[in-house]
Design a binder for this molecule. Structure first.
Ligand SMILES: Cc1cc2nc3c(=O)[nH]c(=O)nc-3n(C[C@H](O)[C@H](O)[C@H](O)COP(=O)(O)OP(=O)(O)OC[C@H]3O[C@@H](n4cnc5c(N)ncnc54)[C@H](O)[C@@H]3O)c2cc1C
Length: 402
């Protein structure tokens, strides 16, 4: 074998950079379901199910494309339990001459795979991830020499550099940021009828995964009875279309609003599909911009939404990669409290926290304001040790990847 292309559970794109130059006659793909990815932090059941189901669907896509695949299932008797151990085991058997990988999102995983490659004496080529507009090098260049980092300045650079929502060299609509027009409250009558979220009934592959997760990860938090996330690219594209037509027109206005018993509101619910790479950030941004240019949504909504992806998503990733591994150890406020146990079951008298946590465990989802202003702000004020907060967020949300 010439080349083994390593595909991680959140790299489910047949057009990923790791596949550039792929030759089915001499190359193969490697994927592995391993327990460690669900246990190194306690991962909730919806999150585990989403990853495994999407991986198994992607394996079917690879087969249809005629790409030779070496896939280890969680319940395979020979499963080695971790990405590193599984890869080391499989390399001895497959004997490729080189390894190729699209840059992973997770520092820990990159280091582990680099170590395996080094110990096996194999070159590992790590290619840029085209699912982000910015490379880590770009972000480091942006950050260099600045006393402090501000998302807004980074975002304006991104708009100009990638020609997003621009009219010549000016921002579309005459402003970079329309937040002052957004951020409305529902008022005492509440949100009224909210468009339903896109739901995808579990097919045979997903049902098999749900049973496996229930059996293998029974002690993990979260429920699976309402599992309806997109697990294929076709479903993710459908979810994108539903969002652009049904919720984006009101996204800006209600972006920061919250209401009891309303988990979905006017948010996109696309982060999981984006982070698994079922959708590309560029196509999501392009769809929102096209809806504005066609007069179907206001500039306030289009800009507010695009900023989340072209701005925040890229910025947070840039911070992570330029500051890891020290970032994980940071504790600027010397916060040392344990995360309250009710973060894992929602049993608290604090109503907005109970609401956010119960729905988080049920769906693996809470919208941004619940994460930031409810569970996040409480943990900050209570003085919870940042590492414990990090592990909770990373475990419970279906879109959580480092
Ligand atoms: C404490 C905390 C933890 C979070 N953890 C995650 C996480 O693990 N994974 C994740 O993708 N997002 C995370 N976010 C960001 C944001 O809350 C989620 O992306 C969003 O709630 C997902 O729902 P949505 O797809 O309906 O997003 P929308 O509210 O509709 O936003 C649109 C898109 O913008 C992107 N986005 C917005 N803000 C951010 C951000 N800060 N970082 C990265 N992408 C962003 C996402 O891709 C999202 O799909 C976190 C935010 C907070 C405050």
């Amino acid at each position: 074998m010439r080349r083994l292309v390593l595909v991680l559970g959140d790299q489910l794109d047949a057009q990923a950079s790791a596949f550039d130059g792929f030759d089915p006659a001499q190359d193969a793909v490697w994927m592995a379901e391993v327990a460690e990815e669900s246990t190194h932090i306690t991962s909730g059941q919806p999150r585990i199910a989403l990853f495994l189901s999407a991986m198994r669907h992607f394996a079917e896509t690879l087969k249809e494309l005629g790409r030779p695949l070496h896939y280890t299932r969680l319940d395979d008797p020979d499963n080695r339990g971790s990405l590193a151990a599984q890869l080391a085991h499989d390399l001895a058997r497959l004997q490729p001459r080189e390894l190729v990988l699209t840059a992973p999102g997770d520092w820990r995983v990159l280091r582990a795979l680099q170590t395996v490659a080094r110990e096996a004496g194999l070159p590992l080529e790590v290619r840029d991830d085209r699912h982000f507009y910015t490379t880590v090098r770009d972000f480091a260049a942006h950050a260099k020499g600045r006393k402090s980092l501000r998302m807004e300045y980074f975002y304006r650079e991104q708009r100009k550099r990638h020609g997003v929502l621009m009219e010549g060299d000016q921002p579309a609509g005459g402003q970079w940021n329309f937040d002052a027009d957004n951020r409305q409250a529902f008022g005492p009558q509440g949100p009224g009828v909210v468009p339903p979220r896109s739901q995808f009934a579990p097919d045979a592959i997903t049902r098999e995964v749900l049973a496996l997760v229930q059996q293998r990860f029974a002690a993990h938090p979260g429920q699976l009875d309402s599992f309806a996330w997109p697990v294929t690219r076709a479903q993710a594209l459908q979810a994108l279309d539903d969002f652009i037509t049904q919720r984006l027109p009101d996204f800006g206005r209600w972006q920061d609003a919250i209401w009891p018993g309303e988990p979905w509101l006017y948010h996109a619910h696309l982060a999981a599909a984006l982070n698994l790479k079922l959708l590309n950030a560029r196509e999501v941004v392009a769809a929102a911009e096209a809806a504005w240019r066609a007069g179907r949504v206001s500039i306030q909504s289009a800009e507010g939404f695009i900023r989340q992806i072209l701005g925040w998503r890229e910025y947070v990733r840039g911070i992570y990669w330029t500051q890891m591994p020290a970032y994980l150890e940071g504790n600027a406020l010397d916060a040392t409290e344990d995360l309250p146990g009710w973060y894992w079951d929602g049993r608290t008298d604090l109503a907005c926290l109970a609401d956010a946590i119960v729905q988080t465990l049920q769906h693996g989802y809470a919208h941004h304001i619940q994460r930031l202003m409810v569970t996040g702000l409480f943990a900050l004020m209570y003085g919870v040790e940042p590492k414990q907060v990090h592990a909770w967020y990373l475990g419970v949300y279906v879109d959580a990847v480092e």
